[in-house]
Design a protein around this ligand. Sequence first.
Ligand code: NAD
Length: 480
Amino acid sequence: MDKLARPALVAGADAHLIGGRLVSGGDMIDVVDPATGQVFALCPDASRADLEAAVVAARSAFPGWAAMGFERRRELIFAFADRIAAAADELAPLLTREHGKPLEQARMELAISGHHMKQLASLELPDEILRDDERGRVELRYHPLGVVGAIAPWNFPVALAMHKVAQALYTGNSLVLKPSPFTPLTTLAVGALAADLLPPGVLNVVAGGNDLGAWMTAHPDIDKISFTGSVATGKKVLASASATLKRVTLELGGNDATLVLDDADLDLAAAGIARSGFFNCGQICMAIKRVYVAESVHDALVEKLIAKVGALKVGPGTIPGMDMGPIQNRAQYGKVRAYLEDAIARPGAEVLTGGNIPDGEGYFIEPTIIAGLDDDVPLVCEEQFGPVLPVLAFASEDEAVARANHGRLGLGASVWSRDPRRAHEVAGRLMAGTVWINRHGLNESDVPFGGMKESGYGREHGVLGIRSYQELQVISRPAA
Ligand code: NAD
């Protein structure tokens, strides 16, 4: 236990940040290394009293922080982002250990976190004059909401949490952040970097399980919940938050379709699909999860895809040169295995590359491409969130669009074509929050992001998204 409680962790990784102080002790959560399936660290599990202390601290820090103004808040968020970048080499091994992703990708996640924080805190968010004429002057003023509760998933634990931190704090709110119980450590360590930088209570980070998330969504003194995670949990969040009519933003799951038209640049498409479908072991909300390809170019695309995906190196993220680590946790590993085994057993299914599950304790699955499936197979019509990708042929564009739009999810989609007009026209018919043309998954914090249908509720990022961390007030008076 003593060895577990004090592994070679980074400062602050074993403590909540509450009211500017690092707080440890109490119940603990096991943190598992997915490359071995073994517990390698313990993390404090916040009690209701810990949450209460964090909300009280956030509430009392709010007025001063709100009054500070955008410019000063921007400076502090930039300084925080710089601290994360400076600590990246120290933090990356911890992120790899708890998440499984290759070390280089862990470093990249930390770098991107800082970059996105700066992008978000650079947005101009002025009050606006709606009209000033003979009918009078109408002004739109934007106020911070108060205390934001942010609930993060495990697939990009730091980046997705830091998006919320930057948006909430820049707009003048204070924050209580909860990382996923599967990947709490690096986020706690990142929170500790802000302990002597931000005014106490402005940023609070509390680790805990699903109960802690539920307490946050029901808490009467939290004004908004920003949630990223699964559709099923998102629905619970919305239901719970309705009791206090909290503002809610939900970034949920996706089952992104990509359409490869018959005039596509197939090298470009194969490279883009392999990158999007298998980066982070396929555990990306906006990963390509279904490939629809025109019959006439099906075989040529598949050949290129097999070459790309078959060459991916899979192993523990601590070994240099790996492209893919294990699935992040045992439950998700079980889910992806079940999708894979079910798909392979279907009549007509053809495993084009991969398909095996290596022996051993870690949660590894070979990067896999499967053809010959119907659209109603769970691997196709549900979110697999893993490195197993179905490829399906289509006869006409109309058919491809209809099949891509089928289902309750609508996060992202993409079209590959050499004809910009054709691609643009098809893109407009795809019911997804973002449609990329000749790429997939580009994530920029100055562009609004979110899902249609059950993939989300509201938007984050960009001026439009960050406004959801503000309350609109209209000030109206007669013409002078
Ligand atoms: P999850 O819904 O299981 O958990 C997400 C967070 O919610 C965790 O911190 C968890 O502890 C907390 N939680 C669980 N039950 C709760 C409850 N009843 N009330 C409040 N909080 C609760 O999701 P996950 O498995 O961690 O993440 C994977 C999912 O997230 C995938 O579906 C993926 O597509 C989605 N995702 C979406 C985006 C996006 O931007 N749209 C980004 C990343 C991941």
